[in-house]
Design a protein around this ligand. Structure first.
Ligand code: 5GP
Ligand code: ZN
Length: 323
């Protein structure tokens, strides 16, 4: 008793709730428990998993059972209709019936029914997984939640069944709520339903761009501007045809951002005269946009390339640079 008490009270250094949960399970089960039972107990504390199944209960199973008049719903509580009319024998008969249904279903479909939730459903090498999570700075690349709050999974941006490649460019870190909302039904960003990354326009000069690309990744591509404002003026565009900045999905913003950082390093390494940048999107004709396939200007700047650089992009309105 003393040894355990001292350990729990004083020695146990916790980086999560796992240790007291495991000790509690052992205490409650005669001192012995297999890893499956311990895991199930940890799971019961994992609000993020529970939250996922609360969503399923409310929106799927709860709805169907209500429609069929099997259950009633009062706020967060479900009630089995006419439960009070059942005797104990009838209750256990119905439970057996449910157990049979569950067993038959699992026997027929196998573990496939949980495949969409499996941690290792898309085997991603440990080292690549590490790089993806590091690149995402430990946050979900769709909703931004930290890995400390919700477990992050490595997701294929373009799913494998749509010929998505097993390369780091095609991976993103998603919390598993975002990941399970996305599923792998198609290559859409679930927050912008209908975003098809393979969309190209026949008459668009950027969709049909054939000249040298400087860098590209899964969703974005960079090339030199044909009429450069300064030497090495680069355009970074989403591969998908879309009109402007506001039509970009989060994975595209991430892809463009990654290229921007890579190009910045490349440019300042190969051209020591570059000492600054202007970065920007023109949105709409009135703001000066002339090509209606979204593009970001990455404009290298050099000391004294204009007499008075003050204000930078403020100078899009003449004489407004200075304030
Ligand atoms: P916007 O005015 O729409 O923001 O920018 C369009 C940009 O596309 C301009 O900077 C222009 O120089 C560039 N541009 C227009 N046509 C071509 C082309 O055929 N190839 C390349 N590389 N750039 C182009
Ligand atoms: Zn286009």
């Amino acid at each position: 008793m003393e040894r355990l008490k001292t350990f729990i009270e004083q020695k146990m250094s916790m980086s999560h709730i796992y240790q007291p949960v495991m000790i509690k399970v052992l205490l409650k089960n005669g001192g012995i428990a297999n890893k499956n039972l311990i895991a199930k107990n940890i799971l019961s504390y994992d609000f993020s998993q529970v939250e996922y199944y609360e969503g399923i209960t409310n929106n799927m199973v709860g709805r169907v059972l209500r429609k069929n008049e099997v259950v009633l719903k009062h706020k967060n509580v479900f009630e089995l209709k006419d439960y009070s009319s059942l005797g104990n024998k009838e209750i256990s008969e119905l439970i057996t019936l449910c157990d049979q249904k569950i067993e038959n279903y699992i026997a027929k479909r196998g573990t496939k029914i949980w495949e969409h939730r499996r941690r290792n459903r898309k085997p991603v090498k440990g080292s690549i997984r590490y790089l993806v999570l590091k690149r995402a700075d430990g946050r979900c690349e769709l909703c931004g939640i930290s890995k400390d709050e919700k477990a992050l999974e490595v997701d294929h941006i373009t799913p494998k069944n749509k010929n998505g490649k097993d390369i780091i460019d095609n991976y993103q870190a998603l919390c598993y709520t975002c990941n399970s909302n996305k599923r792998d039904t198609d290559d859409t960003d679930f927050r912008n339903l209908g975003v098809k990354y393979d969309l190209r326009e026949t008459n668009c000069i950027f969709c049909n761009y054939k000249r040298e690309t400087i860098l590209e990744n899964e969703l974005a591509i960079a090339f030199y501007d044909k009429y450069p404002v300064t030497l090495k003026h680069i355009l970074i565009i989403p591969k998908r045809h879309c009109e402007n900045y506001f039509s970009l999905s989060q994975p595209e913003i991430n892809a463009i951002n990654r290229l921007t950082h890579e190009l910045k390093s490349k440019l300042i390494t190969e051209d020591k005269t570059i000492t600054g940048f202007n970065i920007g999107f023109n949105v709409g004709e009135d703001a000066g946009q002339t090509v209606f396939h979204c593009h970001m200007h990455l404009i290298p700047r050099r000391k004294s390339d204009v007499t008075n650089p003050k204000g930078g992009i403020r100078n899009i309105i003449p004489n407004k640079g200075k304030y």
